[in-house]
Design a protein around this ligand. Structure first.
Ligand SMILES: [Ca+2]
Ligand SMILES: [Ca+2]
Length: 211
């Protein structure tokens, strides 16, 4: 474990548990909170049917569920449709060509040790790595958590797997690098405008000076 955990207590708990975890220097757990902390409009809400596509990429695999069913437990407080990865299966998000994902926010319900996340080319991340104890509790804030994870190098593919029923999550938000926020664009355009004005006035001044 080499996660820069927001709560050092979790790191201590992991050490006390004596978990022989492989070093994971590929990702940084920026933040996590009990229950859903999603803001804005996430990339995937899973509230419509398949195919699960967005401007950034698409999901394949997984089962759409609403509420708690025979094979899936709704993430705590989530009455909307969510994605469930059933035992022995997986769901994969693949970014569109040229899209590089640098951060993922996700609400995971009833986190279990047998749930795992594998970013292509990265060390695997098990449920226990995310937040011990991952005992599948369906109503506790300890096992129903919103995570904000940064990828130390941009990722293009991520697979969610589960050895048993199930791995349930919702409101997955993918963030890309290099796309300035609208406010930044406004400032850049204003800056270019000012630069243009300055150039024009300096040319005019030069022209007047040479008259
Ligand atoms: Ca949903
Ligand atoms: Ca679960």
């Amino acid at each position: 474990m080499n996660w820069k955990l927001g709560a050092s207590a979790i790191a201590v708990a992991t050490l006390l548990a004596g978990a022989a975890q492989a070093a994971n220097t590929d990702m940084t757990l920026v933040n996590h909170t009990a229950f859903d902390n999603t803001s804005g409009t996430p990339t995937f809400t899973f509230d419509t049917g398949t195919p699960l596509v967005s401007a950034l990429g698409s999901f394949t695999g997984g089962a759409l569920r609403t509420g708690t069913t025979g094979d899936s437990a709704a993430p705590a407080g989530d009455s909307t449709q969510y994605l469930s990865v059933l035992g022995g299966s997986s769901a994969t998000f693949t970014a569109n060509p040229g899209v590089e994902i640098t951060e993922m926010q996700i609400y995971i319900g009833s986190l279990d040790t047998y749930n795992s996340i594998q970013v292509s080319g990265f060390d695997a991340l098990g449920g226990f790595d995310l937040l011990p104890p991952a005992n599948g509790g369906q109503s506790s804030g300890a096992t129903n958590q919103w995570f904000d994870i940064k990828f130390n190098t941009p990722m293009t593919s991520i697979t969610f797997s589960s050895n048993q029923n199930s791995f349930e999550f919702d409101n997955v938000n993918f963030i890309t690098a290099g796309v300035p926020e609208p406010g930044v664009w406004t400032m850049m355009i204003a800056g270019f405008g000012l630069l243009g004005m300055a150039l024009r006035s300096s040319k005019l001044a030069t022209r007047f000076a040479s008259l």
